[in-house]
Ligand binder design. Sequence first.
Ligand code: FES
Ligand code: FES
Length: 152
Amino acid sequence: MTDHPTLAFEVNGEARECNASPEMRLLDCLRYDFGLTGSKEGCGEGECGACTVLLDGQPVLSCLVPVGQCAGRRVETVEAIAEKDPELVERMTETGGIQCGACTPGIVVTLYSLRQANPEASREEIRRALAGNLCRCTGYEGIFRALEDGHG
Ligand code: FES
Ligand code: FES
């Protein structure tokens, strides 16, 4: 038994509950309570973007969000986004936007979110949207092209 209140929120379109401490990081709740291991821990300090998920449609760093702040809200992880937009993931592979893959889940979430808001985002807009997503392998060219090649 636990003294913590039950937290109810939506994760990838499903109603979910957890009894974790409200202070628990959303990243840990997703990975360890819900088994959604697509979101990665890079730095754990809000610096790398590997843990990016959508909270009510906006990108957030799940290593910085206490799960208590998610009550009644909508979380989407890379698992759901890869199902919604498989072409984006495919293009990331084709363009060389994925190398070691550590940054990839966070980058896919950020690119997806940008495209929802701005389907024809320019290179500069993509660069700005990705300012919080660090990739040490690719030089970003393939990542930019993964979004640009999907322009209408
Ligand atoms: S793990 Fe969250 S920003 Fe690096
Ligand atoms: S592919 Fe290795 S950090 Fe981006």
